[in-house]
Design a protein around this ligand. Structure first.
Ligand SMILES: Cn1cc(CCO)c2c3c(c(-c4ccccc4Cl)cc21)C(=O)NC3=O
Length: 282
């Protein structure tokens, strides 16, 4: 293709970090600001096609979502010689899917993942948008290594700096608005049955469901079913217990339309009951 492309003029390609039927993702340095970015270069979709609508929705969503610590940041997008290019923040820690290849996440890591992505989803939902493709391959990690290191006397001990990395939600290719009449379904392994049954009235819950299965998988739940009886069992809350999690992690769960909270048992009754025997002594 022509070499006068903005891609070749403004960026130096450092390497390919992802490939798919969509095209490829590369790690590039911008010659002007010297920063590294992730650029996805895909074939320009046919005008008027669903793919074009998805590509435009992705850019609209990124523009609307602006800057948030747990959503991968968007910088620019353009079309050139029959290709679409989107320039995003480069997350140097790989994806959650790659991290899971080294085994299940520790409990502190699971809680960090839970906090970061719940925050990112709350932000997306607060703008009446839904992600619709939450899964380990779309959650990226920024190591934060480039940040100023905290020397020991300013209150940061190793533990806190150790968990300096951040989890961020990426790939907004399936984003739609909560009241959308049409949904481009995401990965079926993370899809709730309501969306499969075309019930689009509670789309924010679809993201939470997909995030729940993502946490289950990251916690060592094993490969998720794509269909069949096990797919339906998982949607009826029939999931195997995760072996390496402590009891505290199991302090709340949902079953047949009820939420259950399991707390410490205090055997001395409540203060109110104690006061029934008269005022407390000094
Ligand atoms: C396959 N792959 C690997 C990475 C690097 C992980 O360390 C990656 C990134 C992105 C994306 C991406 C996803 C969807 C749309 C646009 C982009 Cl650039 C894909 C990525 C993205 O937006 N930011 C990335 O770091």
């Amino acid at each position: 293709e022509s070499n006068i492309s903005r891609y070749n003029i403004e960026f130096i390609e450092l390497g390919v970090i992802g490939r798919g039927e969509f095209g490829r993702v590369t790690r590039c340095v911008n010659k002007l600001d010297g920063c590294v970015y992730a650029l996805k270069r895909s074939l320009r979709p046919v005008a008027g096609s669903a793919a074009e609508r998805a590509a435009l929705t992705e850019v609209y969503a990124h523009a609307a979502l602006g800057k948030h610590p747990h959503v991968v940041r968007y910088y620019s997008a353009w079309a050139e010689d029959d290709h679409m290019i989107i320039q995003n923040e480069y997350c140097d820690g790989g994806s959650l899917q790659q991290k899971m290849e080294n085994g299940p996440l520790s409990e502190p890591e699971l809680l960090l993942l839970l906090a970061h992505i719940a925050d990112g989803l709350a932000y997306i939902h607060s703008l009446q948008l839904v992600h619709m493709d939450v899964k380990p391959g779309n959650i990226f990690i920024c190591s934060g290594e480039g940040q100023p290191s905290h020397d020991s006397d300013d209150g940061y001990d190793d533990e806190e700096v150790l968990y300096h990395h951040k989890y961020k939600i990426g790939d907004l290719g399936h984003v739609t608005c909560v009241s959308s009449p049409s949904v481009e379904e995401g990965d079926c392994r993370y899809l709730p049955k309501e969306v499969l049954q075309e019930d689009l009235t509670q789309l924010t819950k679809a993201d939470i469901f997909a995030f729940g299965l993502t946490l289950f998988e990251a916690g060592g739940g094993g490969a998720l079913p794509k269909n069949g009886q096990q797919w339906h069992d998982y949607r009826d809350g029939k999931l195997p217990e995760l072996p390496n999690l402590s009891r505290e992690y199991y302090s709340a769960w949902a079953e047949d339309d009820h939420m259950i909270i399991q707390n410490e048992y205090c055997d001395g009754g409540s203060l109110q009951q104690k006061m029934e025997n008269g005022p407390l002594s000094e």
